[in-house]
Design a protein around this ligand. Sequence first.
Ligand code: NAD
Length: 521
Amino acid sequence: MTDTERVRAAEAAVIEVRNPGTGAIVGAVTDHTADDVAAAVRELRLFQPEWEAIGADGRKQWLLKLQDWLLDNTEHLADVLQSETSKPRADALIDPTFGADVTGYYARRAAKFLADDHPSPHSPLARVKKLTTAYRPYPVVGVITPWNFPLAMPIMDVIPALAAGAAVVLKPSEVTPLSALELARGWAEIGAPPVFAVLTGGGATGAAVVDNADYIQFTGSTATGRRIAAACVERLVPYSLELGGKDPAIVLADADIDRAAHGIAFGGMFNAGQVCISVERVYVEAPVYDEFVAKLTENVKALRQGIDGRGLNHDVGALANENQVRIVQRHVDEAVAAGARVLTGGKRTGEGTFFEPTVLVDVHQGMSCVAEETFGPTLPVLRVADEDEAVRLANDSVYGLSASVWTGDKDRGERIARRLNAGAVNINDVFANLFSYALPMGGWGQSGVGARWGGASGVRKYCRQQAITKPILPTQRKELFWYPVKPSNLLIALGAMRAAGARGLRRVDLPALLKSTGHRG
Ligand code: NAD
């Protein structure tokens, strides 16, 4: 650090990080300015060409070292993550392990995913060239993430971008920046090239990332996503947005009701409901409604809420901050005021930001708990007459992130999946798509633009496509079409294109062609 940098760092504003379960301050991070972001991006630009040049196999070595680091440091990473989230231990352990899995997937497959394509020429005339599509990374990718999975969320997008050969600037949520800083520490500790920088700060720091990077990968609320899209359009830089959701579960009368009740309890309450693809509303066919509601309520009542250090004795933790508590409480209160019944839960509990796992019935489609994203531990359950009504109500949303269908007939489940307006549908399961990196993960409607992952698409999205043509045959001094214009050459060239394009001589129309190329008046 130079003296000037030292003075600046001392003067820099900081953001305190709190444990939401206890209210304790667990850290403080720099609130980076727009100038800091611009400087960091300038520096990344210096090192990115070398990172691209070492190729996917060269990058694989570094990414596998990072994977080792994640696996070696899992307990510590879970400690840091728990400190800034108040998640139970089981939830906190998922981030580093999931992160290591994603990292290994892209490290090992990027070379194959980024290999040049050699498409067949569309016409016999183009066969004189070898055609190549090369995948060349955007120099600097900006990744902006929310607070719900403070380590896994950044890894999900940072790693594919690094694997593509881009440098990455990450702006983690100001609510949970500590885990992201650990990731940066890991990158430095393995001695990897300086092509990954973490800049902590709030919305203004995120906006500066949008102002400086060459591609923006954003995960967060629909409202922020919309602002980022507008800024990207202004700069003409591409973007991908992973936004909010209101995921429906459809339980049909032929389903295994025990499995549906367990799966939906997990899908609605995992991470205290703060998962973009949480189950947020449940449509149950009338004949099994009572049985399902009784079993779901029993499962949700049995959940153990709290934080347990390094133990595994709790299922559900705290909400990320007071704002989340306010949203969840409002959705429950508005539902109750409009005639809904709370079968379990319904209020905040304990000292911190804990909200009881909640099951709501006698709700209807217009209530905020069914229409708006809650992002908390609530499961509103609605009775439907049949499959058609379930599909109609499930599709009656501005969101379309994911959905689940519970049925004893898997083919029927797939048929229903194809009627749902959602970026992913899990049959007799929840979150399965999230653990399948070979599939795209993207939202429809207001749930997003673009998608992450999806095998090769997951790294190619961070690349610009470059078309390269190379002569196969020895080249002549001049091509037929080059200057000066000659009627005879034009006649041959246009005639050949017409014949090749229309697949035969039928549309060559020699008399008209002779006339238009000046051979006959
Ligand atoms: P948020 O939109 O408030 O913030 C997300 C990030 O954007 C934060 O890092 C924030 O600092 C930054 N930011 C805020 N204003 C900005 C601006 N003008 N320009 C650039 N960056 C800006 O979201 P949140 O409250 O942190 O997260 C919760 C939301 O995230 C929920 O809606 C949830 O559904 C969504 N989410 C979506 C997915 C998905 O994959 N679709 C995954 C997780 C969370």
